[in-house]
Design a protein around this ligand. Structure first.
Ligand code: FAD
Length: 262
């Protein structure tokens, strides 16, 4: 199978660099073909701006969504964006790897999403009617592919637990897992999270590496998070509200969008 690993850490000799290398070696040992987009090494341009759309007349008002949709349709997106879109189409599984920075992904990776996920590619696609609301949340360009996050945190696991002060890690990662990965159709695997990694001794380091290698071995067999699919009856259209009879009593917020079983 083909695996794309999108890597967002500025230092190759970091823990994240070592984890990336371990993941690549393990995936290759499993017979997979791996490509890495090392965003800092590539000098990835993270801001979506006018320079992305040279076709736009200088006096035209920039609407990023519209401009990206038109450029996607005309196949004139910039070469760096097209290359990443091609890698995504090539991949059977996509891994986004990053250190947690201010409770989310580093800006360079967010900028990769902003620019690569053009209109017409990942959003603004499919029929909108009283039966369907576009191809999204379980449908879309990446349907049939898998995705997962590999994340390191400075904070303790307890601090990211249900009652921990940082908020539950699943909640913090929900906008990425559900909004960025599930939205355009990926089956999203539970994230690999290594907590409290700031000062690791050799045993701690080996433990994290081994846990990650184990997850790489089950990349194509692990069960995805059972997010509710949009066009399969769980939601009212067009309000996009979860049907009142669904969701366990007492469940609120993000957890409502995870079904007990698919
Ligand atoms: P490194 O600093 O490279 O390494 C961590 C440890 O692993 C060190 O002890 C190192 O010696 C050891 N190590 C590295 N490589 C090896 C190797 N090859 N062999 C053996 N040992 C090794 N944390 C949060 O929890 N929440 C936040 O919101 C948050 N925001 C942040 C915002 C910013 C801007 C920054 C800079 C940090 C933030 N952090 C936060 C902390 C951050 O998540 C951690 O610093 C990061 O996850 C550590 O990963 P790293 O790859 O940089 O580790």
């Amino acid at each position: 199978m083909n695996v794309l690993l999108v890597f967002a850490h500025p230092e190759p000799r970091s823990l994240n660099g070592a984890l990336r290398d371990a993941a690549v070696v393990e995936l290759a040992a499993q017979g997979h073909e791996v490509r890495v987009s090392d965003l800092y090494a590539m000098g990835w341009k993270s801001a979506a701006d006018r320079a992305d759309f040279p076709q736009l007349p200088p006096d035209a008002r920039l609407n990023v969504a519209t401009a990206s949709g038109e450029a996607f349709k005309a196949q004139i997106l910039t070469a760096d964006v097209r290359a990443e879109q091609d890698k995504l189409l090539w991949a059977d599984a996509v891994i986004l790897q990053f250190p947690l920075w201010w409770f989310t992904m580093p800006a360079i990776l967010k900028g990769w999403v902003d620019r690569v996920y053009s209109q017409g590619f990942t959003y603004g696609v499919g029929e909108h009617s009283d039966k369907r609301w576009g191809n999204r949340y379980g449908e879309g360009v990446f349907a049939g592919k898998r995705a997962m996050l590999v994340v390191t945190t400075g904070g303790w696991e307890e601090h990211y637990s249900e009652r921990g002060i940082n908020g539950p890690i699943d909640d913090l990662l929900f906008p990425i897992n559900h909004g960025i990965l599930f939205y355009p159709g990926f089956d999203v695997l539970p994230a690999f999270v290594a907590h409290k990694v700031g000062r690791l001794d050799e045993a701690g380091f080996s433990d994290v590496v081994e846990r990650l290698r184990a997850r790489m071995r089950t990349l194509f067999t692990d069960q995805p998070i059972p997010y509710r699919r949009q066009n399969h009856g769980d939601y009212l259209i067009p309000s996009m509200q979860l049907r009142p009879e669904l969701g366990e009593e007492g469940t609120r917020g993000f957890a409502l969008h995870v079904a007990a079983a698919r």
